[in-house]
Design a protein around this ligand. Sequence first.
Ligand SMILES: *Cc1c(COP(=O)(O)O)cnc(C)c1O
Length: 231
Amino acid sequence: MAVNIEAYDQLKEELGKKQVTLVAVSKTKPLEDILELYQLGQRDFGENYVQELADKAAKLPADIRWHFIGHLQTNKVKYIAPFVQLIQGVDSPKLLNEISKQALKCNRIIDCLLQVYIAEEESKFGLDEWELDDLLSRLNELKGVRICGLMGMASFTTDMDKVRKEFQHLKKIFDRYSRVSTSTQNFTILSMGMSSDYKVAVEEGSNLVRIGSLLFGERVKLNPDGGSIYE
Ligand SMILES: *Cc1c(COP(=O)(O)O)cnc(C)c1O
């Protein structure tokens, strides 16, 4: 399936005006599709399966900035630690500890976003506000990570009023912490919005959107969670 160049150009213009970063979510999509966008100047790509990300990163240009956007298992951090640009979606102290440990092994500091649970419906991964507060108060021991902001996913619904409320909630939390700046904490990124709700997200203050299907077409659902052919 070909990349939707028209949608890409439109997104670039729309988001560029507002200085919103576009992460092109290429999970399950072939290398050629990624290269097609790369040749148009796109450098930020998002993946959410470790094996798939590691395989793609090894085969594609080294100046691609790879974002890990899914649920990351602690025992897999080591495979992406050497090169990952931003780990979006850190949802536990245990995971953050491991990222810090692996980062130091690679002699680097890894930028992370903490994922906050904002959707009312079902159980999505993420921290609640209490856990967020607790985690941020204990950052100092973690020399291998820098917390650059927050990531959230709204409910999977066509009710845009509900989605908007959830984004507003996350923006409020973000603003509370964005005043704090220390060596381990520099809140500048608010990652919210996907293909179906990025417009609302940007209206509510998002400065990074993660867009897949709008650019690359619908994903073929090869396993029940619509996930990767690699795992
Ligand atoms: C797959 C995915 C996206 C992109 O979803 P689209 O609806 O295809 O734009 C964004 N964020 C996360 C965390 C994802 O897993």
